[in-house]
Write a protein that binds this ligand. Structure first.
Ligand SMILES: Nc1ncnc2c1ncn2[C@@H]1O[C@H](COP(=O)(O)OP(=O)(O)OP(=O)(O)O)[C@@H](O)[C@H]1O
Ligand SMILES: [Mg+2]
Length: 292
């Protein structure tokens, strides 16, 4: 039987035509879709809620039907730990892919307990990449290359950057379409923001002209205090609509969830914290509908 008359391939062709452009099931590959929107979560200040936001927002986007890949660019490996995956026992991680040692994406990627949520883990090996990559020519584009194919398997890729503006964060920003800045709502919140903004400018000028500052999310907000409301007001004055309306309250539940190895959305599904990240997911998607 020739390929043209083989009912199985013919059926697949018709199905492809009906699906239209944007999806294309390659002969041996998984279904192809429009490339995922890639978002880097960056703030060189430590402990502001980057990792918590990546995990919780990722889980919330999956609840809304998206296929999501979380990428750890932090040698601390907290993203895996927060999802109950022990990153230090993993043989192949994002490090191997960045260093092009012959490992494949399939060997590195791990499914999580939540269907539709995958993780590209990192561990302490990644600390070496920061030094080794310096000698490479396309050192800032290494993550972009790693995700080039993977982008067609997901609706969204969330990249968790380390608390620095070094090469690993620059890789995250170069691979991304947009950046979201988690900002801890405390007195010195705005300190360091101008350095972060300059870094975004530099990345735009040299590496990724389309990088968009997608938004700023206020984390660890204690709305009971006047102080927190004042800080929010100052952030609003400085950044206007870039500050998401949804804010994330300070609550102990966020410290408990990573110990349990699951996102707050499943660990404490009815909590205010879980609700806040669901609302943030809807706000982010709502803004996309308006702007496209
Ligand atoms: N809204 C919140 N309320 C209370 N605790 C929180 C909140 N968000 C995060 N935390 C806790 O604060 C700590 C730091 O959070 P997280 O690890 O997400 O920050 P980070 O910016 O990724 O840190 P790093 O810069 O070290 O990567 C964690 O123990 C986390 O559980
Ligand atoms: Mg972190």
């Amino acid at each position: 039987m020739t390929e043209a008359t083989d009912p199985t391939t013919w059926g697949a062709q018709v199905a492809q035509e009906l699906r239209g452009p944007g999806t294309d099931r390659g002969p041996d590959g998984p279904e192809r879709r429009d490339p995922a929107s890639t978002v880097a979560f960056a703030n060189q200040k430590g402990g502001v809620g980057k990792t918590t936001t990546v995990i919780s927002l990722g889980a919330a986007l999956v609840e809304l039907g998206e296929r999501v890949l979380l990428v750890d660019m932090d040698p601390q490996g907290s993203l895996g730990v927060g999802l109950g995956i022990e990153p230090h026992s993993r043989e192949v991680t994002v490090y191997n892919l960045l260093m092009q040692d012959g490992s494949t994406f399939e060997e590195a990627v791990v499914g999580t307990a939540i269907e539709g949520l995958d993780l590209l883990p990192a561990n302490i090996d990644l600390a070496a990449a920061e030094l080794l990559l310096v000698q490479e020519t396309a050192r800032e584009q290494a993550l972009q290359r790693v995700l080039r194919e993977a982008r067609y398997r997901y609706d969204r890729i969330l990249v968790d950057c380390p608390p620095s503006l070094g090469l690993l964060t620059i890789n995250g920003l170069t691979a991304a379409d947009g950046v979201i800045v988690p900002l801890e709502c405390e007195y010195f919140a705005l300190r360091g923001m101008s350095l972060l903004m300059q870094t975004l400018e530099r990345v735009r000028a040299r590496l990724n002209p389309d990088l968009e500052l997608q938004g700023i999310v206020a984390t660890m907000v204690d709305t009971r205090t006047l102080h927190a409301r004042e800080v929010l007001e100052r952030v609003r004055e400085a950044f206007g609509d870039l500050l998401y309306t949804t804010t994330i309250n300070r609550t102990i539940r966020f410290a408990e969830a990573p110990v349990a190895g699951e996102p707050i959305l499943t660990y404490s599904s009815e909590s205010r914290g879980a609700g806040a990240y669901r609302e943030l997911a809807r706000e982010i998607r709502g803004r996309e509908t308006v702007s496209t």
